[in-house]
Design a protein around this ligand. Structure first.
Ligand SMILES: [Zn+2]
Length: 55
């Protein structure tokens, strides 16, 4: 696999993983979000999960 493909895959993977989930309403927010975009709650938890790269 070419190097640029791996780089893109890494970025995509990080974007998919770096999300924040609202503990109050369960909405998915961007990792940069300070407050929930749906209910404005600050009770967000980072959604971090390791997923293996399938070959
Ligand atoms: Zn919320």
């Amino acid at each position: 696999m070419p190097i640029y493909d791996l780089a893109i895959l890494k970025i995509v993977e990080e974007r998919a993983l770096n999300k924040k989930v609202c503990r109050k309403c369960g909405a998915l927010n961007p990792s940069s979000a300070e407050k929930c975009r749906r209910c404005k709650s600050r009770n967000l938890r980072p959604k971090k999960r390791k997923i293996g790269i399938k070959r």
